[in-house]
Design a protein around this ligand. Structure first.
Ligand SMILES: Nc1ncnc2c1ncn2[C@@H]1O[C@H](COP(=O)(O)OP(=O)(O)OP(=O)(O)O)[C@@H](O)[C@H]1O
Ligand SMILES: O=C(O)[C@H](O)[C@@H](O)[C@H](O)[C@H](O)CO
Length: 221
């Protein structure tokens, strides 16, 4: 299990200055009388967003990461309004306007969990386009000690079609996988908050790789 340092809850009444989640820069007086700004110490709360097209394994990987890190898991699909679920059940792809409020709600729910005291949260969200990811990237504007990470799960379309075909009891049919690929904007090299995981292998391999990469990102933050 990965461990986090103990951090103050975000969104709480202002703590004493020496407990600020992000310490202000400190000024040291040098021997020659000039002052030097030292690098502020940063302590973060993390939003881990598990992304990718239908059937890439978001729920499976998110649950496994949440268990391994002992963090709450938010299933993004549970935040779709009934009209969206109805559309997808009928094989009708969502539009941008169907998704805006849903994306904002996911960001708010993640921040709510963090402000309630959680040190991180694992969230599923297809986040197929860059502008959708940007909605989540706004989170640190509201809570400065939050770091957003995307775990982008990718594989060939045929692999995901096959997986969705053999999945039972889910509103998302295999016919929808193609529509998701047709609008997918795979994260670009300049999206430096993205961890990429190839999900073509077995569940065990994928879960191991995802956890190792998340651990690495935690060490670097
Ligand atoms: N690496 C894997 N190898 C084989 N099967 C997998 C793998 N990962 C997930 N699956 C299976 O593929 C199906 C899709 O996985 P899952 O439901 O986690 O994907 P999802 O991205 O959450 O899908 P959706 O976006 O439609 O909700 C499930 O039946 C799951 O058990
Ligand atoms: O943006 C979207 O079109 C939706 O979020 C879909 O990705 C589905 O919710 C998901 O694939 C089913 O679980």
């Amino acid at each position: 299990m990965l461990s986090y340092e103990t951090r103050p809850a975000i969104g709480q009444p202002a703590p004493p200055a020496d407990h600020l989640p992000i310490s202000p820069p400190t000024s040291n007086t040098m021997a020659n009388g000039t002052s030097q700004i030292s690098k502020p110490e940063t302590k973060y709360h993390h939003i881990w967003l598990i992304t990718g097209p239908a059937g890439c394994g978001k729920s499976t990987v998110a649950q496994s990461l949440a268990n391994a890190m002992d963090l709450p898991f938010i299933e993004g699909d549970e935040f779709h309004p009934p009209a969206n679920v109805e559309k997808m059940s009928q094989g009708i792809p969502l539009t941008d306007s169907d998704r805006w409020d849903w994306l904002t709600q996911l960001r708010e729910e993640a921040l709510r969990r963090l402000s309630a005291g959680s040190e991180g949260v694992v969230l599923t969200c297809s986040a197929l386009k860059r502008k959708y990811r940007d909605v989540i990237r706004v989170a640190p504007y509201y809570s400065h000690d939050v770091l957003v990470h995307f775990v982008y799960l990718h594989a060939r379309e045929e692999v995901l079609i096959e997986r969705v075909q053999s999945r039972k009891g889910h509103f998302m049919g295999a016919s929808m996988v193609h529509s998701q690929y047709s609008i997918l904007e795979a994260p670009g090299a300049d999206e430096t908050d993205v961890i990429r995981v190839d999900v073509s292998g077995s569940m065990e391999e994928v879960e191991r790789e995802a956890l190792a990469k998340v651990h690495e990102a935690l060490q670097e933050s």
